[in-house]
Design a protein around this ligand. Sequence first.
Ligand SMILES: [Fe+2]
Length: 348
Amino acid sequence: MLKNRIEGKWIDCFTRQFELCGVKAGDDVVILSETQSRDINVHLCELAMHRLGASAVHVVMPTPPQEVGVPVRSTGSTHALGMNAQALAALQGGVFVADCTVEGLMHSPETPLILGSGSRILYVSNDHPEALERTSTDESLIPKILRGREMLQAAKQFRVRSAAGSDFTCGLEGARIGGNIGVARDAGSMATWPGGINSFFPAAGTCNGTLVLSPGDINLTFKRYYENPVTLHIENDFVREIEGDNIDAELMREHYAFWDDRNAYGVSHLGWGMNPHARWEALLMYDKGDINATEQRAFAGNMLFSTGANPTAERYTLGHFDIPMRRCDMWLDETQIVEEGRLLGELA
Ligand SMILES: [Fe+2]
């Protein structure tokens, strides 16, 4: 069992992470959290900022009321700020935000306002510090992630196939292309710790095909490995059928049905993991409450498929599945970038 006790080694690794983000003595920084945040991470941020000599303030929001009848997980879109003007003024007033909200600011409506002020944001994933320690940003990985982003920007089509039967394509024209290098170095930029994901939100009407989720793939909304095959049939961006006579398929059908919302079935973001320090099997070593499982979004060579909100396609919903798939082949146009879950060429 892991204890939530401050360890010197974690002050070291939080300090290093913020140093990589360029935080230095005298900087005005904000540690953003909510009342349901992981206290030890908030505390470690404070101690690391102290060590760096930065001038830190805490902004702590009450975790907002639950708006729906199921737990909302894995959206990457915290509602904790609620456009609160005082909080926003503080977040816009500094140069750096350590984001310790439960879901993170990645897709929140306030985020463009904060980044627009020139402040930069690092989402400290709501994981136990032991998981963050193992996945501290590896600077040697950053050029590869940036290269992956360039390749995405230059390509017209993303294609996925697998021996299990997946055959899926998605257009890249008009897509919003991201890529998470694990550190927020530039004014107005945002990153996530752990980092190491190349991703994009496809434009509307560009995704078609079949994805066969296989044993060992992970439903991160449930924090559960698939133990049975589930086949998703996707037409013009939307999951039309969830095929499988097993508990994994049934759980997905039930959760989708709860939302009673066509957009929940729409393709959200897609991409691939780049981080060799992120471990596929580590989900088994933690209690669910200890992790947010950002690590399992980032492990090298996974195909990260998701359904739910897609701002590029102007689809909004709280229903969100993040599903890293193993052993896929992936192409950008004619260039194969992943073979059976192994990164190839410049990305290897
Ligand atoms: Fe997601």
